[in-house]
Every structure is written in C-alpha cells, then in structure tokens.
Ligand binder design. Structure first.
Ligand code: BG6
Length: 478
C-alpha cells in the first residue's frame, strides 16, 4: 500500500560511496523511466563544500560510471532536479540553512540517511528542530543500525523521538533485490510448494551468501563488525524469515512484517558446537593471489570473515528442521542461494535403483535460477529393473523473463520510500529480534572462547564448517 508521493527527497551523505555507486544512479534510472513524481526535487547534503553545479557534475560522473549507457536517457532532466546544501551535522546551526534550502514540500519530504550511524542522533535532532521531521516527512536509515541490541535500541529511540514507526524506513538492501522478492512470488504465487513446505517434507534448508571480495578498504568498519553482524544479523536472517514465514494475508507492510517477525522471534538460541567461524589467509581467488585478512589489515585480528551456523525455528512448521547458514569473504565464487532439501520418499518400489530426495535450489545471485532436482528413468532396456537418475528441472529466469530490465535494489527501495510503501523495509521489532539472537551467539562465542579458524582465500571456509553439516549427514551444496 502506498502513501502520498513525496515532492522533495533529501539525501544525507550525498557525496559518499553509497550515493555515488547506488543512490544517484538509481535515482537517475527512475527518472529516465518516468517513475519519479514530476516535480520531485532532490537536495543533496554532506560536509563537502560544493555548489549545485559541482554536485551535478559529481552526480553525472557517478551515473556515467555506475549505470549502463542504455539506462541513461533524459539525464539532463535528472540533473536539473538536483541541488546541494553543505552541512556539518555536528554544527546544529547549519540546519536552518538546510531547511531554507529544502523549502516547502507540499506532497511530503523523504529523507535518506546514508551517513555514519554515530551522526544519526544529531542529524535527527537537527531535522526536528528546524521542522523537517513533521507529519509529511519520512526517514530512511542505512545499516549498520547499531552493533548489538542495546546500541540498536539507542539509535531506534533517537529516531522514534522525531518520527513515528510508520514514517521510518529501515533498509536491508537484500529486500530490494528482484531475486529476493521472487522468493515471495515463488512461495505464494504457486500452489505446489506450500503443502510440502514444512517439517514433514523438508529435511533441511541451506542458505549460502558467498563473496569473493575481501576487506575492500573498510578495515575499521569490518574490525568492529565481522561476518556475523555484517551479513547474518540482517541479510541472511531476512532471507531465512522469507523462507520460513507463514503465508501473509496480503503483500502489504503490516502482514508481511508480522509474519517475518514471528519467525525471527522463534529462532532457537544456538548451542555450543552449532557455529564455526573462520578468517581467510592468503590464497588464490579467480586465479589471482590475494593476501590474508591480517596481512590486509596490517595486524593480527580475531574478527571472523566467515561464519557457518546451524539454526532452528522453534515452531510447528519447522520442528526438527535445521537451517544451515554460511557466509564468507574470499570464497571461490560469488554465490547467494537457498537450498531446500526435501525428505526421502517413504517407500521405494525400485528394488535395484537408489532414489535421491528432491531438492529445490533458488539462486539469488549472480544467476537467478530455480532448479528442482527430480528422479527420472534412464532410457534403455534394463532387465534387472528400471535405472533411475537425478535430473534437473532448470529455469533460468533471465531467459524466461528476458526483455525486462533487472532493477538495482536501491531503485525499488528509493521508489518505495518516495511513495511511502514500507513492505520491503525492516520494522523495529524485526531488527530487535535479529539482534537478540545474534547477541546470544556472540555471548556464547565469548563463553566458549571461540576464535576464527584459518581458511585459504578461494576455499569454502574452514573444514570445521563442512563437519558442522556432515555430522548430520548433510553436505553443503556447491
Ligand atoms: C553489505 C555488507 O551489507 O552487503 C558488505 O556490509 C557486503 O560487506 C554486501 O559485501 C553484500 O551485498 P551484495 O548486494 O553485493 O550481495
């Protein structure tokens, strides 16, 4: 469900990395395809002392670098919407000039905070003081929203002091990905999965988010974060929630988030032996040698760049079904996928041939594929009984739905922010349930004295993560 369309968009951190790589190109693409409200003005703000002209140049360069040429129609229209106001948010008096610059926003104001979370509180107080947090204003926040439950509550309280929950848009950019939304379509626009989508028929679920990149110049951030908080707390738990949730009554913000939060609250606290952490050492990724994490960092570290977990959702539907999660930097390939492993058939009529249980693999990135493995007869005249083999029923969605533009996640999210639709944004109770579960894992690690095991860059993580699954007779899907 959408609200009123904003007539102004205010971008904090407008000269930063996210703005240049994602936000400005996404807005330009939305403008090119006529999705932005006709008179939407976009005001950028950051500390850099730029004028409108310099900001437009920066935006043009960002769009030319990060948006394919065939998506850059009417760039002039986009650039004309932009203006810029320098602001140091730690100097409160600067907000008066900002408010003047923003001026009237008859349809409402959408604000996007892409700044360090340490600046959120002052920014929000400044906005409220100069009247930019009034009824027509919505605010969107980028992660990291805290580093544990307590700090996330502090941030959420600061935001809540000026904006009610229905005007707060917390971003998890995975929810903006076309392929992640397709998970919702796959589950709830098809009849055939739902009757099987439970502990009676599903043996286990695997969620993998593997990356080939390493530190990417973010040493300070990563040293205070690690894989558990960087990837599991948000993106992976959102994927898990979408896989495990009950059917919502409609695809609207309330029902969808109500169902997700029930799953997140039902996550069973992890026990000793249900997690493995790792840190990459030097090795080869994509044929090139890359240094280890500690070498990149320039000192020893106990921060995990890999984590594998065995999770459970304690409810009727998922009783006894493990969810194996793993994510890591410097893996052999970039791969995000969900594997739903069904149970064996209850009785085999084929005396000679072995049957393999069905498996559904949902590829999220880089390739959007849905593969269902089925058993089939091998052609031939076998006198000793039918021979069987596992064959894939493979749908490459890029081919099946060719000719349609795949949107950048931030196109979806910015459009929804401007139009006031919260369905793909994370509600406060979800974030808190996520942190509660993650904090307990970190406390357990501390208690156990768990330190990351080394793994070679270009491998699938420490061998202990293979053992974590194999102990249950499960192999990671590779
Ligand atoms: C971010 C993490 O949230 O997600 C990064 O901070 C990670 O460390 C990134 O690389 C992955 O996003 P994507 O869209 O490339 O899968």
């Amino acid at each position: 469900m959408t609200g009123t369309k904003a007539s102004k968009l205010l971008l904090f951190g407008a000269t930063g990395d996210l703005a240049q790589r994602m936000l400005l190109p996404s807005l330009s693409a939305l403008a090119a395809d006529g999705f932005l409200p006709e008179r939407l003005g976009i005001i950028g703000t950051a500390r850099s002392d730029l004028d409108d002209h310099a900001f437009r140049n920066l935006a043009r360069a960002a769009v030319e670098t990060h948006l394919p040429a065939n998506r850059r129609a009417s760039m002039a229209d986009f650039l004309n919407r932009l203006s810029y106001q320098p602001l140091d948010v730690t100097a409160p008096e600067g907000f008066d000039a900002l408010a003047e610059r923003v001026g009237e926003a008859p349809g409402g104001l959408s604000i996007f905070l892409s700044t360090a979370p340490s600046l959120f509180e002052q920014t929000i107080a400044g906005l409220a003081r100069v009247g930019l947090a009034g009824d027509g204003a919505r605010i969107s926040l980028e992660k990291p929203l805290g580093h544990d439950l307590a700090s996330s509550c502090t941030i959420n309280d600061a935001v809540a002091a000026a904006f009610p929950e229905e005007r707060i848009f917390r971003i998890d950019h995975y929810l903006g990905k076309e392929t992640v939304q397709n998970l919702i379509a796959l589950r709830f626009a098809n009849l055939m999965f739902e009757p099987l989508w439970n502990a009676r028929h599903i043996d286990h679920v695997q969620i993998t988010v593997a990356e080939t990149v390493g530190l990417e110049g973010r040493a300070d951030f990563y040293e205070n974060t690690g894989a558990l908080r960087d990837m599991v707390q948000n993106h992976m738990l959102q994927l898990l929630a979408l896989v495990a949730m009950e059917p919502p009554v409609s695809f609207d913000a309330g029902p969808v988030r109500d169902e997700k939060v029930k799953v997140l609250r039902a996550l069973r606290p992890l026990k000793a032996g249900e997690s493995v952490t790792g840190q990459y050492r030097g090795g080869a990724v994509g044929g090139a040698f890359v240094p280890g994490y500690d070498e990149e960092l320039g000192r020893d570290s106990e921060v995990e760049t890999f984590v594998a977990l065995k999770a459970h959702v304690d409810n009727w539907r998922w009783h006894g079904v493990p969810f194996y999660l793993r994510t890591g930097k410097r893996m052999p390939q970039r791969l995000t996928e969900i594997v739903v492993q069904f149970r064996c058939i209850p009785h085999s009529i084929f005396k000679q041939a072995r049957t393999h249980p069905n498996r559904l693999v949902i590829g999220i990135q880089p390739r959007e594929n849905i593969t269902l493995s089925l058993m089939a007869k091998v052609p031939g005249l076998d006198r000793r009984g039918m021979s069987l083999r596992q064959v894939p029923l493979d749908i490459a969605l890029a081919d099946a739905l060719s000719g349609r533009e795949r949107r950048i996640a931030y196109e979806r999210l910015l459009l929804d922010l401007i139009e006031g639709d919260q369905t793909l944004f994370v509600r406060r109770d979800e974030v808190e349930a996520q942190w509660r579960w993650i904090d307990a894992i970190r406390a357990l690690w501390q208690e156990e004295g768990l330190t990351p095991r080394p793994y070679s860059a270009g491998s699938w993580g420490p061998s202990a993560s293979i053992a974590l699954a194999e102990r249950d007779g499960v192999s990671w899907h590779e």
